[in-house]
Design a protein around this ligand. Structure first.
Ligand code: ARG
Length: 447
């Protein structure tokens, strides 16, 4: 029983929140005349002393004391005597743990948002440098149309922005205080839940005591946002892994985020990116674990809910590492823009531009233009040359309506410059998006 029951090995991470919530509680008890001001002062001073001990030498792990709440109360009693017993008036560990955990998750949401903002700063910085650097754009990982590296990086800026807003939304929804719900039904003591809520930075108290002690939506919201975010990070990581492979050679990874091989001296492995890709699986697993823990639990608190913490703690540390790793990767990678450009040039990435040119200049229906272009690509492929290296006579032999103006459309530069629709890959458009993003991130005053 002792072993299965103890949560102190992991919930000791809540000690700061537990002390803060207890101080808010005892202050309220005194203000309401439920304990004397003198006793409240002794208790608050004792809690500070316990906090100082935890800070200096960690939280002791005695399984007989079960959890962080009992551990702190027991140490408080050792330090200040029986008056410590008055702290637990008008509360229960059920509302206590719900409060502590909410405070912890709220910080984790804030940290994730801050980390993602740093990632966005790295992305817009590199995107600004490479607003006009041409690379192949892919569908099915097959060369499709030329894009710019800046455009590609700004796609991840958008993802990180949605992730930030998911954490911010979740924070608004969760920022209510369950403290004072007591075991499940509220309390007969004349407490002031608005006061403790305000002291702990909540927007107000929760409105149903049963829900207050049994709700873990805030933890699930956090994990859902974290899981979604980790999927984005794993996709970005995968891009770097592919780009760093020798056949691609689009990027040289920073030494600080790669490792050598113990037997192959030529190797530089993208371990950090691979671990980000791997960690996303674990983070999704944490979400699944808590969803299944909560599924079918009747109101109100059940001990199953003690298992809410390990997956949240695990996901939070994996997410923080993953965000930091990808931020460093983006900030410090060396992009091999010549390799990217020649891959775009050799991959028939401007085939669509030839078809579009035939539509625009020769008024050919797109389907027919597509067919003509297919023949041109086939011919160029059979000779191992790029589209714009085909002599005009050969192009004319495929379709007589082609003339020498076509070459202007076949260059990768002309191709990207032409895609100036809102959100398109034209360097001017990318630069506009980067400028807007820099303002949004506070890197620049509004123009
Ligand atoms: N350690 C417990 C948890 O994390 C605290 C709540 C205990 N409440 C109870 N009724 N046994 O969930």
């Amino acid at each position: 029983m002792r072993e299965i029951n103890a949560s102190i090995p992991f919930d000791k991470a809540l000690w700061r929140q537990d002390i803060a919530a207890s101080k808010a509680h005892v202050d309220m008890l005194a203000a309401q005349g439920i304990v004397t001001v003198e006793d409240a002062g002794l208790i608050a001073g004792g809690l500070d002393a316990v906090a100082a001990e935890y800070e200096a030498s960690g939280v002791p792990e005695n399984w007989d004391l079960e959890d962080i709440h009992m551990t702190t109360e027991s140490r408080l009693a050792e330090l200040i005597g029986p008056v410590a017993g008055r702290l637990h008036t008008a509360r229960s560990r059920n509302d206590q743990v719900a409060t502590d955990f909410r405070l912890w998750v709220r910080d984790a949401m804030d940290q994730a948002e801050l980390g993602l903002k740093q990632l966005q700063v790295a992305l817009v910085t590199r995107a600004g440098e490479h607003a006009a650097s041409i690379m192949p754009g892919f569908t099915h990982l097959q060369t499709a149309q030329p894009v710019t590296l800046g455009h590609h990086l700004m796609a991840y800026y958008e993802m990180a922005g949605r992730d930030r807003s998911r954490f911010a939304d979740a924070r608004v929804r969760m920022n209510r205080s369950p403290l004072g719900a007591a075991a499940l039904a509220g309390t007969g003591f004349p407490i002031d839940r608005f006061r403790t809520a305000e002291a702990l930075g909540f927007d107000g108290p929760t409105d149903n005591s049963l829900d207050s002690v049994s709700d873990r939506d805030f933890a699930l919201d956090y994990l859902m946002a974290a899981a979604q975010c980790s999927l984005h990070l794993s996709r970005l990581a995968e891009e770097f892994i592919i780009w760093a492979s020798q056949p691609f050679g689009f990027v040289t990874l920073p030494d600080s985020l790669s490792t050598g091989s113990s037997i192959m001296p030529q190797k530089k492995n993208p371990d950090a990116a691979e671990l980000v890709r791997g960690h996303s699986g674990r983070i999704v697993g944490c979400l699944t674990a808590l969803m299944i823990t909560m599924k079918g639990l009747p109101l109100a608190y059940s001990k199953d809910m003690q298992d809410d913490k390990p997956p949240v703690f695990e996901a939070a540390s994996l997410l923080a590492l993953s965000i930091a790793a990808m931020t460093g990767m983006v900030a410090e990678a060396t992009f091999r823009t010549e390799r990217m450009r020649s891959a775009a040039e050799l991959g028939y990435a401007t085939a669509t531009d030839l078809a579009d040119w035939l539509v625009r200049q020769a008024d050919i229906p797109f389907r027919e233009a597509h067919h003509i272009t297919g023949s041109a690509v086939k011919l160029a492929e059979s000779r191992g040359i790029a589209l714009d290296q085909l002599p005009l006579d050969d192009l004319k032999a495929i379709d007589a309506r082609i003339d020498d103006r076509v070459y202007a459309a076949l260059s990768v530069d002309a191709s990207v410059a032409s895609r100036a629709s809102h959100g398109g890959t034209a360097p001017n458009e990318v630069s506009k998006r980067v400028a807007e993003a820099r303002v949004a991130l506070g890197l620049e005053d509004k123009a």
